[in-house]
Design a protein around this ligand. Structure first.
Ligand SMILES: C[S@@+](CC[C@H](N)C(=O)[O-])C[C@H]1O[C@@H](n2cnc3c(N)ncnc32)[C@H](O)[C@@H]1O
Length: 380
């Protein structure tokens, strides 16, 4: 069997140079040899990176609390679809469903949890981890986001944690748009005239690169958001990710955020060991919010993961985290994990939360605890 490097070289021989986004797509999602298709562990200590669900179940539990509030804001409908994009190992879904069953029985009865995961290897893991909920019909597993007629007419909550940062991006510099060529067993960078779509993306949502800079044009993320926002008849979207706004780029930050990650450190090049390392680019929230708005969604102020989780948890002093703790040492350990999720030194400030809604009353949105950190304390 050939390696992924050989497979990509073969495609370049047949098609000519390929866009960087195609290179990234093959590295991450080739159906046999892509990073997310392998059986090796990507998540947690044994893998290449931690996501919030790997830190502690409290992340899913706090989100369950927020989803339940959103369900009430939608008028407590008999059925609500909670669609998770790119659920990975399914750990988050498990935490949300289990906590809802235990703490929010009315919401749990209405809940249909749909996991949309494109990787066959990860779908196999999800089938094992969530066997009970899949058999009972509480959860469903899909490989594609349902579009058009296939989409449900139930009120919907879409959730995406570290999903948009894993979608392929185009890369632009003052030399043009990046293409990948292969020569003597090495990948070589070449530049072509940017497409009108890429230039329009930079004009509207980003910045034009200075001579020594690169910036990304996340066109696949835009297309995905277009489909989601157009497909939802009524409901909410929560997207959590590393990211930035156009204003931050104009202030000189986040110009060029592409990273390759392996065993918890940043690797020197995305062209090393294709298929064996993760490749990600921070999310352009200005662009995502604009795409949602173009399809009738209302977007709300961007908050940090820290503000968002503190807003949800402050009402009961994070009782969701400490539920199983009996001994002081156990409480101390969980307190540290919680701290990692909310403090600036941990994941609290690097992750941002975009909330969008469609067909929901303004005062209902404004009362969501995740958007209200600190406000309650002032009102008391
Ligand atoms: C960085 S991982 C995040 C996993 C999980 N959300 C977490 O926080 O642990 C990105 C996930 O998105 C999935 N993915 C990427 N593109 C997808 C697509 N078009 N449809 C469904 N899933 C996709 C990947 O296979 C992977 O599981």
């Amino acid at each position: 069997m050939s390696s992924l490097r050989q497979k990509i070289e073969q495609e370049i021989r047949e098609r000519g140079t390929i866009p960087f986004s195609r290179y990234m797509e093959l590295c991450l999602y080739d159906s046999e040899l892509g990073y997310y298709s392998r059986n090796a562990e990507q998540f947690g200590k044994a893998g290449d990176f931690y996501t919030s669900s790997d830190v502690h179940a409290v992340f899913g539990r706090l989100l369950a609390r927020q989803f339940e509030e959103m369900w009430r804001a939608l008028g407590s409908p008999e059925q609500v679809d909670l669609v998770e994009l790119g659920p990975g190992s399914g750990l988050f879904a498990q935490d949300v469903i289990d906590w809802s069953e235990k703490k929010f029985p009315d919401f749990f009865r209405a809940l249909r949890y749909v996991l949309v995961e494109s990787s066959p290897a990860l779908r196999r893991r999800i089938r094992l981890a969530l066997a009970h909920h899949l058999e009972s019909g509480r959860a469903e597993l899909a490989s594609l986001f349902p579009s058009g007629e296939a989409s449900s007419h139930n009120p919907t909550i879409i959730f995406a944690n570290e999903f948009f940062d894993a979608l392929p991006v185009e890369i632009l510099s003052a030399k043009g748009s990046l293409r990948i060529d292969a020569h003597n067993g090495r990948f070589i960078e070449a530049w072509v005239q940017p497409s009108p779509e890429e230039l329009e993306f930079l004009d509207r949502n980003s910045v034009h690169p200075e001579p020594d800079e690169r910036v990304e044009a996340p066109l696949a993320a835009q297309q995905f958001m277009n489909r989601i926002a157009a497909g939802i008849s009524r409901g909410f979207l929560i997207a959590i990710d590393y990211g930035y706004t156009r204003e931050e780029q104009l202030a000189g930050r986040h110009r060029g955020t592409l990273k390759a990650l392996r065993q918890h450190s940043v690797s020197s090049s995305p062209y090393e060991a294709p298929g064996e390392q993760d490749i990600t680019a921070d999310v352009n929230f200005t662009a995502l919010a604009a795409a949602a708005e173009r399809h009738g969604m209302q977007t709300h102020k961007l908050v940090t993961q820290s503000q968002f989780l503190l807003g949800i948890g402050e009402g009961n002093q994070f009782a969701d985290a400490f539920e199983e703790c009996r001994l002081p040492q156990e409480r101390a350990k969980v307190a540290l994990q919680l701290k990692h999720l909310v403090t600036p030194a941990g994941m609290g400030e690097s992750f941002q939360v975009l909330i969008a809604s469609k067909g929901v009353q303004q005062e209902r949105i404004e009362s969501l605890s995740g958007l209200n950190f600190g406000r309650r304390a002032i009102a008391r």
